[in-house]
Design a protein around this ligand. Structure first.
Ligand SMILES: [Zn+2]
Length: 277
């Protein structure tokens, strides 16, 4: 993938290959340090260059391991993998010398996730990556002494290689998104009733469903800026269509005012990751 690349079909992000140039120096189940695990070590065009890599989908940082420049990431929603499965992605990246992510931080699909490096047990500049197609965060040592996830898949079953220049793909069956067809019409029919709060808003009142939407009645405040924008499914409209009833993760069900043109709130198809707040 390229920097800032996004791929969303039928409201679901395609899980993209985080590398712009991919030279695999050690593949899955290799006897060097990947015995029994489905990890890849990847470098870029030139040996020794700390190339950037990007978020394959919108992710949250769950854990960091500073001594090895290692991070455990998880998708904020279910994603589509190259084998067609739709599930959460939980994955590890390692060896980033300049790793500076904070636990809980959200990185949007296409934004920089890290840099290849040598931090920890690494013989040359690369990124070690392994992917689980589930929300299971168990990180377990196998009989060879190598750590792995449950539900790991080979990387050619995980990421789409749209705009990835494959320099050494180790014979993998790498797929692009056009090889996994999605019926956008069928799947989007229930995706068209979302309210989108743009990231330019840093404070938007949430009201209980049965009160008047007046400032003094607010029960909580949403912060779309913090999450790069927020989208919510609209259960119903209230107050002559000026408010929408939504379900928030943090504050439960409530309604928000949707008719403010200055705030550029839109109603239609899903625009931002939903369920972040
Ligand atoms: Zn490795």
């Amino acid at each position: 993938m390229l920097k800032n690349q996004k791929s969303v079909r039928a409201g679901i992000e395609d899980f993209l290959c985080p590398f712009t140039d991919m030279y695999i120096t050690q593949g899955s189940n290799s006897r060097f340090s990947h015995k029994g695990i489905m990890a890849n070590d990847v470098r870029g065009i030139q040996v020794g260059v700390r190339y950037a890599y990007y978020a394959p989908c919108t992710v949250k940082c769950l854990k960091t391991y500073p001594s090895s420049g290692q991070v455990m990431w998880q998708s904020t929603n279910k994603v589509r993998f190259a084998n067609g499965r739709i599930d959460y992605a939980t994955f590890m990246t390692a060896h980033d010398d300049s790793m500076n992510v904070q636990i809980g931080q959200i990185v949007q699909q296409g934004e920089q996730l890290g840099n290849m490096g040598t931090k920890g047990n690494a013989t040359g500049v690369h990124c070690h990556i392994e992917v689980s197609q589930s929300a299971d965060t168990s990180w377990i040592k196998n009989s060879e002494g190598n750590y792995h996830f449950n539900h790991e898949y080979d990387l050619d079953e995980c990421y789409f290689v749209d705009n990835t220049n494959i320099l050494n793909g180790m014979g993998g069956n790498w797929k692009t998104t056009d090889q996994v067809v999605v019926d956008e019409e069928a799947d989007t029919s229930n995706q068209k009733n979302y309210v989108n709060l743009p990231p330019s808003i840093n404070s938007w009142a949430l009201y209980d469903v049965d009160v008047s939407p007046l400032k003094e009645n607010a029960k909580a405040t949403l912060n779309p800026e913090k999450f790069g924008g927020l989208s919510y499914y609209v259960y119903e409209y209230r107050d002559n269509g000026t408010t929408a009833v939504i379900e928030t993760q943090q504050f439960g069900r409530g309604k928000i005012y949707i008719k403010d043109t200055v705030a550029k709130i839109t109603v239609g198809s899903y625009q931002y990751q939903s369920g972040n707040q």
